[in-house]
Design a protein around this ligand. Structure first.
Ligand SMILES: C[S@@+](CC[C@H](N)C(=O)[O-])C[C@H]1O[C@@H](n2cnc3c(N)ncnc32)[C@H](O)[C@@H]1O
Length: 339
């Protein structure tokens, strides 16, 4: 068994654990100390990890060392002793380093000394762009983690997107929301404010034609852009696109079983009054189209506003709420059911 450090969105570690346990039967999963957004996974190879929908990066750990003096010289000596067999048949490498805690050196300096140690030991060339092996040297407090990073880009960038939305969410968060929606075969799933289509793309990649997916937006540019994105990912045949007003869903769709949505937060527009009206009208409209045993999953930064509206609305109850990290912001995910 190899030991991997995998990263995910802070706040959805439980969902990542569930996916790993389901997809890699013999994997052993542990927390990484008390850190959010990181898990330790013991499994045979990174092959199955790379196919997961909930994780960002995969680092195969070669050595975890407790540093005594926590100095650059000690990091250099540690790197000199580590064996990285994978380097032998390769031509080039790079070092990537993250540093958490108080140290009298920077992550650039770690990369520098670690790079020197590896170059002297293996006589390989440093290539920051077209490297064969990416060696991770992270220093967390007095711990030094040395490993091989198997991911070049974060796995959340799995969809090709010609049309981007400035407020798009990561596909890993879309995955978490879809899991919270508890989608069943035959369900009709609606994202009525789809932007660049992240949620419908994620749902289509998971369920294909086992469910019916409807993606809508009030902005025609978003609809056309989402269609283009779906085409590029060969997922367009699984999604129906509609120009829709989320305040009047009943005009556009009949009953749906699940609604998974990322409404505007009003951060850029700053129009709080309009946002309250949008959220209130959207909820009234959801009441009309959501099936009796349906679920609404929402991610929003306007948690207080949204919670107050739900609590005032006699038709709904909050069955789950959590905070996640998304691009340096801390939005809440809500799971709502009909009373
Ligand atoms: C935060 S963005 C969604 C981003 C999307 N999740 C993504 O990953 O690209 C919110 C979207 O809601 C849409 N929107 C705002 N008001 C709407 C309304 N009344 N009906 C439908 N869509 C609306 C906006 O056009 C915008 O595309």
């Amino acid at each position: 068994m190899k030991k991997f450090l995998v990263t995910c969105d802070p706040g959805v570690e439980d969902i990542a654990k569930e996916e790993i346990a389901k997809k890699i039967k013999k994997a052993r999963i542990e927390n990484f100390f008390d850190f959010q957004g990181k898990l330790i996974v013991y499994c045979k190879s990174p092959k199955k990890l790379i196919k997961l929908h909930s994780i960002h990066h995969i680092i195969e750990l070669k050595k975890v060392v407790g540093l005594k003096k926590v100095s650059l010289a000690e990091i250099y000596n540690t790197l000199k002793k580590v064996s990285i067999g994978e380097l032998r048949k390769k031509k080039s490498f790079r070092i990537t380093s993250y540093r958490y805690g108080r140290h009298n050196f920077t992550s650039m300096q770690i990369q520098d000394v670690a790079g020197r140690a590896i170059q002297e030991k293996y006589r390989k060339k440093v290539d920051l762009k077209n490297y064969d092996v990416n060696i991770r040297v992270d220093v967390i407090g007095d711990l030094c983690l040395i490993g091989l990073q198997h991911t070049k880009e974060s796995l959340y960038k799995r969809f090709v997107k010609k049309f981007n939305h400035r407020a798009a969410i990561k596909s890993t968060l879309a995955y978490a929301m879809i899991r919270l929606a508890n989608i069943k075969k035959g369900d009709i799933l609606l994202d009525p404010m789809c932007g660049s289509g992240t949620i419908p793309l994620e749902a289509a990649s998971l369920f294909k034609n086992r469910i019916k997916i409807i993606a809508g937006d009030i902005n025609e540019k978003c609809i056309l852009g989402s269609i283009e994105n779906a085409r590029l990912n060969k997922l367009d045949k699984y999604i129906t696109f509609l120009k829709i007003d989320a305040r009047k869903l009943e005009k556009f769709v009949k009953k749906v079983n699940k609604i998974v949505v990322n409404p505007p937060y009003g951060v850029k527009s700053g129009k709080k009054k309009n946002l309250k009206s949008l959220y209130r009208k959207f909820l009234c409209s959801v009441e009309k189209v959501l099936a009796k045993d349906g679920r609404l999953v929402v991610i929003t930064l306007r948690a207080n506003l949204f919670r107050n509206l739900i609590n005032k609305n006699k038709a709904f109850k909050i069955v789950h709420e959590r905070v996640v990290e998304s691009g340096g912001l801390y939005p809440h995910m809500f799971v709502i059911e009909k009373i």
